[in-house]
Design a protein. Structure first.
Length: 216
């Protein structure tokens, strides 16, 4: 005696009912409001202070400097963190690393993510930032690299130009290039366990150092 034919799965039944309901529902044009509050500005000093305050609140370390001191500050941060083997995206300005006396590995797409775990840290640039939320945006540009590069190593040293720091979120998002892979960073990776104890480094770097170049 042959076995009875299997009926539809529970998943198929549920999805079928959803499709039927959508087919019967009236179709209405929906207008999504886009009247975001834009155009807010702050003087450079106030914008830097707000951005710094938010980053420190997220337990990031902030290092303001002028552009001509970038290499000096990068080297100092890496030395303080004990980071000797550093990963960098292929398009990073090599002049930023002239003060670092450790090993520098240029990342490539064929480097497995597990290989990035052998790095002590990574140095990248950034695309845009938002002072109000303390958020840094990476968009996969050559000086920022692929997403894995900034998520796997335990330390991320990120260089931000103050000229790219917008006051509010809508203005920051407006500066992004649509379609590019965007990573949003608000301090070191952190979460809480079941007892609400903060745990850092679960989904990304345990430490974030932000170098803000105040004259570019």
């Amino acid at each position: 005696m042959s076995a009875p034919a299997a009926g539809p799965s529970a998943r198929d039944i549920v999805l079928g009912r959803v499709r039927d309901a959508l087919a019967l529902a009236p179709r209405r044009e929906v207008t999504v409001p886009r009247d975001y509050r834009t155009g807010r500005t702050l003087p450079d000093g106030e914008r830097l202070a707000l951005f710094t305050d938010r980053l420190i609140d997220y337990r990031a370390r902030v290092h303001p400097c002028t552009a001509d001191r970038t290499a000096e500050v990068v080297a100092r941060v890496l030395r303080e963190r004990g980071a000797r083997v550093i990963g960098v995206p292929a398009g990073l300005d090599p002049g930023w690393l002239t003060g670092h006396d450790g090993e520098v590995r240029v990342d490539a797409a064929d480097v497995p993510a597990a290989g990035l775990d052998t790095l002590d840290g990574v140095v990248t640039a950034s695309a845009v930032a938002c002072a109000e939320t303390g958020t840094i945006f990476l968009d996969g540009s050559p000086d920022q690299g692929r997403r894995a590069l900034s998520l796997v190593p335990d330390l991320h040293v990120c260089v931000v130009d103050l000229s790219t720091v917008e006051t509010g979120v809508p203005d920051a998002v407006a500066r992004l290039v649509p379609g590019r892979p965007t990573t949003l960073i608000s301090g070191p990776s952190a979460t809480s366990d079941i007892e609400l104890e903060r745990v850092e480094g679960v989904h990304g770097p345990r430490a974030l150092d932000v170098i803000v170049r105040t004259d570019v």
